[in-house]
Design a protein around this ligand. Sequence first.
Ligand code: PEP
Length: 253
Amino acid sequence: MSRKVIIAGNWKMNKTAAEGRELVEALKKSVAGLEAAEIVVCPPFTTIGAVAEAAAGSVIGVGAQNIHWAANGAFTGEISADMLKTSGVKYVIIGHSERRQYFGETNATVNSRLKAALAAGLIPIVCVGELLEERESGKTEAVLAGQIREGFAGIDAKDAEKIVVAYEPVWAIGTGKTATPDIAQAAHAFIRQELRALFGAAADAMRIQYGGSMKASNARELVAQPDIDGGLIGGAALKAEDFIALIREALAL
Ligand code: PEP
C-alpha cells in the first residue's frame, strides 16, 4: 500500500507572526508544485493567522499544536476545533510528549482531543513514544501499546485512516540522539501491528511519522524504512534552509 509521505514542522513556542510568515515565504518557493509529500507547518496559536495567509494557494498545510475537546465554554487558555478551522488550520498535533510531560496530558485526554479533531474534519497527528527509562527497562512495546489502545479507544476504522501517528521516542526529542533507522523501523512496525489489531486493513493506509532529532543528514535513511511515512520535526524546522534541506533528503530529491 502506498502512503503519501507527510513532513510536518512543529515550531513549539517559537516565532512571532512576522518570523513565521518569513519562513513560509521562503519555504513556499522551494516546495512549489511538490506532489510527492504533504508539507505542514505547526506554528503557535498566535502565529496561525499570519502563517495561513502566507501559505494560502501553496502546497503548505497549516497545523496547530493542540486542540480542546469542547466546542466552546469556560476553558481558559484552550482552543476549539472550530476556532482552528476558521483560522485556516487543517492538521493538529495531539499528545506531544511535552504536553504529556509538562501539562498533564494523558492517554484519556489524547482520546478526547482526537475525537474532537476527527469530528471537525481536521487531520490529527497523534504522538506516541517511550521515555529513556522505559526503553532501557524493556517496556517500549507495552508503553506504545497502552498509548495506542487508550488514545484510540472508540475510533472506527473509517476515521482511523485519516489519523497520522508520530512515533517520537522521548529520549530522541531535542537531544540530538536520533533513533537508528533499525530501531525506528522496529517501533513503527510494532505500532502498525497494534493499529491493525484495532482497525484491521485500515492500518495499512495510516501514516506513521518518525520524530526525534530528524535532520537533513538522517532523514533519507529514516524515511526509506518501510513503515516510516515521513517526519515530525522540531529543531530542524525552525530555519527555512534546514527544513528545505531535510524535505529534499527525505524525498530523495
Ligand atoms: C518534536 O518536538 O516533535 C521533535 C521531534 O523535536 P526535535 O526534532 O527537535 O527532536
